[in-house]
Design a protein around this ligand. Structure first.
Ligand code: NI
Length: 151
């Protein structure tokens, strides 16, 4: 296990588009475990592989209900609208309000390579959209209004 260094805004890797993972290999499983450890260590609710400089489509999330791992995640449905205050481990000391879909359905592979569909509402929906944005090189600050220091 290892804790990775989290890249900060300004690092060009955060602006790249990440690549599909063709196969769940032992290296991908190791990456997932280390990403989870890094996320928990940093007390974040989500982490995307490009944030640790690995340009692969892997995200991990835990909004308090246990870890969710998604490889090659893809939003297949979205509905409603919600605006919440967001932050990001790659943009420390900054929060802002972002408008997103209130409910999303996301398809992807789990750690075992099985296809899963996850439906998220509110915080989970926001985390899924935020992390999937990272895979496209998009940061929440690109979409946020009222960027400010957290209270
Ligand atoms: Ni983020």
């Amino acid at each position: 296990m290892a804790i990775y260094n989290i890249l900060k805004e300004g690092d060009p890797a955060l602006r790249e588009k990440s690549k599909l993972v063709p196969k769940i290999t032992p290296n991908i499983i190791k990456l997932i475990r280390n990403m989870l450890e890094t996320m928990y260590d940093a007390e974040g609710v989500g982490l995307a592989a490009p944030q640790i400089g690995v340009l692969k489509r892997v995200i991990v999330i835990d909004v308090g209900d246990g870890p969710i791992v998604l490889v090659n995640p893809e939003i297949i449905e979205g509905q409603g609208e919600v605006t919440e205050t967001e932050g990001c481990l790659s943009c420390p000391g900054l929060v802002g309000d972002v408008k997103r879909d209130k409910i999303v359905k996301v398809k992807g592979l789990n750690e075992k390579g099985e296809e899963v569909v996850i439906q998220g509402e509110d915080l989970l929906a926001i985390a899924l959209q935020h992390e999937i944005d990272h895979l496209e090189g998009i940061l929440f600050i690109d979409k946020a209004t009222n960027l400010r220091k957290p209270e």
